[in-house]
Design a protein around this ligand. Structure first.
Ligand code: MG
Ligand code: MG
Ligand code: MG
Length: 311
């Protein structure tokens, strides 16, 4: 029996982490690596479900523990964001578009990291580099991932390479990117059925800022007013989560994709509050700082926090 190689994205899986696992496992299979299996580090969110349904694909199997398993990490390269016991597994490849984290290996591996808007962009280019035709459904989900991660090209993380990839992929899958992107955003913004905890944990990542343990989440909606009735309950869940996981602070970006702004909710100890205010050049009022032109956790929230806490 050949040993499976699980292609898996980060915890609190977003569209890019799930679709990148599916598309990369497909590419591997087409290249003869039949033991590549797509996995997700949790259940898929509403937006991802909408996309997979649309392109006729099933959600991948859920993998929560990598101990003793061969894994290819996509869309992340930090232990804190990976499936449990990733360092007790065998990491055979990494394909990502984030800052280099703390993943370590005992031998050289294929490690492809590129500062583009989505892992989907990199995987689309890997199909090309390998001379493999992109199947229609794979084109559809990679296009969706790029649109999702770049918030329809509005995020400062978006590059020309992402736009070119979407243009190519849209021709293969036959969907108008902007029209389809708006439908995706609607599926993502549908928070009526979501609890405050779902909203906090839907896209939640852990970071270590020079010893300050932090969780930074994001929820994207088409109108921030939709979140107002749940604000108090969300703050409550943030406090509970910080206590339970012994985090010094939790930040939740409430992102208005139409206004291209984020209300940055904060809970944490006094030292973290000072660092948070320093990072965003404002004073906390009613547990938040509102930032215009702020869409990207990776480019606009993590770097200022890292420098504010740097010792
Ligand atoms: Mg991601
Ligand atoms: Mg991504
Ligand atoms: Mg995102």
């Amino acid at each position: 029996m050949t040993e499976n190689i699980y292609v898996v994205g980060h915890k609190s899986p977003d569209t890019d982490s799930v679709t990148s696992a599916i598309a990369y496992a497909n590419l591997k299979a087409q290249l003869g690596v039949k033991e590549a299996v797509a996995a997700a580090a949790g259940n898929v969110n509403n937006e991802t479900k909408f996309i997979l349904d649309h392109f006729g694909l099933a959600a991948p199997m859920v993998l929560t523990d990598a101990a003793g398993k061969k894994v290819i990490l996509v869309d992340h390269n930090e232990v804190g964001q990976a499936v449990d016991n990733v360092m007790q597994g065998d990491i055979v490849e990494v394909v990502d578009h984030h800052k280099i984290g703390d993943i370590q290996t005992g031998k050289p591996i294929f490690f492809h990291n590129e500062p583009v808007g989505a892992t989907g962009t990199i995987i689309a280019s890997l199909y090309e580099q390998n001379g493999v035709a992109i199947p229609k459904a794979m084109a559809g989900i990679m296009m969706s991932a790029i649109l999702s991660d770049t918030v329809l090209f509005k995020s400062p993380t978006c590059t020309e390479k992402d736009k070119a990839a979407v243009s190519k992929l849209s021709q293969i899958c036959g969907e108008d990117p902007m029209k389809f992107g708006m439908e995706m955003l609607k599926a993502k913004s549908d928070i009526k059925s979501k609890s405050a905890l779902d909203i906090l944990m839907g896209d939640f990542k852990k970071f270590d800022f020079s010893g300050t343990k932090a969780g930074v989440g994001q929820i994207e909606v088409m109108d921030l007013a939709d979140l107002t009735p749940k604000r108090a309950a969300i703050l409550d869940e943030m406090k509970k989560k910080a206590d339970a996981e012994k985090l010094d602070m939790i930040v939740l970006m409430l992102t208005d994709v139409m206004k291209e702004a984020s209300d940055l909710l904060f809970v944490g100890n006094a030292a973290s509050a000072a660092g948070f205010e320093k990072a965003f050049g404002g004073k906390l009022a009613n547990n938040s700082i509102y930032k215009e032109k702020c869409l990207s956790r990776k480019k606009q929230v993590i770097p200022p926090l890292e420098s504010a806490f740097k010792k």
